[in-house]
Design a protein around this ligand. Structure first.
Ligand code: HEC
Length: 151
């Protein structure tokens, strides 16, 4: 580690004060996450596919310190987010948001979370069950009307 560190200047290892949850604004973190990270890591950090077989990993079990470091360094295809782009407070907020949405204690206020994959899975669910239900009702009504006419 000392040899690698001697090869060039890199960002310092963040301290608990920087990535800890004290003083973090979770709602703001959610907004920042959706604006800066969700295009690759999905809405609640479930990860997703990128071009050329690359993918952005699931962030569910990633250590807060590691999230902070990833934002500073930008591994592989990921852009880096230095303090001039996302301030220390912004990073803290994002980490707190990820901790909140992936905590076992957090219930999904909408009921089923559908894997936290966002509008595609939710839309599909709406189409299949919502529209499917309405079609079934329409068929049932039509069948009853046809029967009533016959008798
Ligand atoms: C352009 C797509 C892209 C964006 C935007 C992006 N990431 Fe990433 N992220 C990646 C990729 C790809 C990797 C995997 C890098 C690797 O394999 O080394 C990654 C890795 C990570 C990791 C390491 C996960 C692990 O298990 O080691 C964390 C943490 C992370 N990203 C957090 C974030 C946060 C927070 C943001 C927003 C501030 C963000 N990323 C924005 C593509 C992205």
């Amino acid at each position: 580690a000392a040899y690698v560190a001697s090869l060039g200047a890199g960002p310092a290892i963040p301290t608990e004060e920087q990535y800890g949850p004290e003083g973090a604004d979770i709602a703001k973190g959610g907004e920042l996450f959706r604006n800066n990270c969700a295009q690759c890591h999905n809405f609640t950090g479930k990860g997703g596919a990128l071009t050329h077989g690359k993918y952005a990993p699931d962030l569910e079990d990633v250590d807060p310190k590691h999230i902070y470091e990833a934002m500073l360094t930008g591994p592989q295809n990921m852009p880096s987010f230095p303090d001039s782009v996302l301030s220390e407070q912004n990073k803290k907020d994002i980490i707190a948001y990820l901790g909140e949405v992936n905590s076992d204690q957090t219930e999904s206020p909408g009921g089923l979370s559908l894997g936290g994959l966002g509008p595609v899975s939710e839309g599909l669910f709406g189409w299949i069950f919502g529209l499917g239900g309405m079609i079934l009702v329409a068929v049932w009504v039509a069948a009853r009307t046809a029967k009533a006419k016959k008798s």
